[in-house]
Design a protein around this ligand. Structure first.
Ligand code: GLU
Length: 287
C-alpha cells in the first residue's frame, strides 16, 4: 500500500490568509486521517517577488494553526538544476521555442493563475517558428503544444489521459476528468516554461516537485483546477506520475470576492493580532 502524501505549497510573496489556512488544514487533516505524511514546500521560484519575511511568517502561521510538517522543507530555489535538466531535454526533443513577447504577457503566464488573477488569455503563437540559432539576448521558453501532442502519440493517445478529482472544479467537475488537448490548444496555447530570470514557470516546477516529493494527493483551491490539465500534460511529457487532485471551494470575502494576498483584513497575522484562536480559524473556514 502506498502512503498518502499531502503537501502545502505556498509562495512567499505575501501574508497567508484564511484561504491558505483552509487549504493547509484540509491537506493536513487528510494526511492525518490516512496516517500519511504532510510536507511543506516553499514555492519561491520567483526570486523577484519572494521575501524571506513572508517565508518566516508561513512557518510561524502554520505552526500556530497546529500544523506539523516534515523537515527539511523543500524550497524551489534549491531545485533550479532539476528544472534546467528537464528544459534541456524538452529542447533536444524540439518541443520548445524562444519567445520575445512583452514582459507583462510572459509574467502573467509564469505564475500560478490565482496570483495573477485568472488563467492568462490564449497565446496567439506570435513567436512560434523562431529558432534558437537566431537569438541573442533575453527570451522566454515556450512549449509548442502541437508538437507536444505529436510527441505524446497524437490526439488518440492524449484523449485517454485523465486525472482523478476527489473535490470539485468551479463547475462541479469531479471523478475522472479526461484531457481535451484540442480545447487546451485553443484556450491556453503554448505555455511559458521559463524566463531568463525565473528558471521554471509555476506549471513546470509544481509537477516536477510533486513527483520529487512523491506527493500522492494534491489539495488546493479550485482556482487552480484549470491549470491541472496542463500539469497532466507535463506529467505525461516528463514521465512523472499523476497524483489524485482535490480542488476545494474558495474562501470569499464579505462581498463574495475570492481572497487575494493583498486582502490584509483576512491575513492570519491580522486575525491573530485581533485575538482569534486556531479553533476560531477552523470555524471561520467551515472546518
Ligand atoms: N504556489 C502556489 C500558490 O501559492 C500553489 C501551488 C499548488 O498548490 O499547486 O498559489
Amino acid at each position: 500500500m502506498t502512503t498518502h502524501v499531502e503537501r502545502f505549497a505556498p509562495s512567499p510573496t505575501g501574508p497567508l490568509h484564511l484561504g491558505h489556512a483552509y487549504s493547509a488544514l484540509l491537506a493536513f487533516d487528510a494526511a492525518r486521517k490516512a496516517k500519511g505524511r504532510f510536507l511543506l514546500r516553499i514555492e519561491d521560484i520567483d526570486t523577484t517577488r519572494s521575501r524571506p519575511e513572508y517565508e518566516a511568517a508561513i512557518h510561524d502561521d502554520l505552526a500556530w494553526l497546529g500544523i506539523e510538517w516534515e523537515e527539511p522543507v523543500l524550497r524551489q530555489s534549491d531545485r533550479f538544476d532539476a528544472y534546467a535538466a528537464v528544459l534541456d531535454q524538452f529542447r533536444e526533443r524540439g518541443l520548445l521555442y524562444p519567445c520575445t513577447c512583452t514582459r507583462k504577457q510572459i509574467a502573467a503566464a509564469m505564475s500560478a493563475p490565482q496570483e495573477g488573477s485568472d488563467m492568462p488569455p490564449p497565446y496567439p503563437g506570435t513567436c512560434r517558428g523562431r529558432s534558437f540559432a537566431d537569438m541573442d539576448g533575453d527570451y522566454a521558453l515556450r512549449l509548442d503544444m502541437r508538437k507536444a501532442l505529436v510527441s505524446l502519440g497524437g490526439a488518440g493517445v492524449v484523449k485517454k489521459l485523465h486525472f482523478k478529482e476527489t473535490g470539485r472544479g468551479p463547475n462541479r467537475e469531479k471523478g475522472k476528468i479526461a484531457l481535451d488537448m484540442p480545447a487546451l490548444i485553443e484556450t491556453v496555447g503554448d505555455i511559458v516554461l521559463a524566463r531568463k530570470d525565473i528558471p521554471a514557470s509555476y506549471h513546470l516546477s509544481v509537477i516536477l516537485d510533486d513527483a520529487f516529493q512523491q506527493i500522492t494527493h494534491v489539495t488546493r483551491g479550485h482556482d487552480l483546477f484549470a491549470a491541472t490539465p496542463i500539469h497532466r500534460i507535463l506529467q505525461a511529457l516528463t514521465g512523472r506520475p499523476t497524483p489524485i487532485y482535490h480542488h476545494h471551494d474558495l474562501i470569499r470575502d464579505d462581498t463574495g470576492r475570492r481572497l487575494a494576498k493583498r486582502d490584509d483584513a483576512r491575513a492570519l497575522s491580522t486575525l491573530r493580532a485581533e485575538g482569534k484562536t486556531p479553533a476560531d480559524i477552523r470555524e471561520m473556514v467551515g472546518l
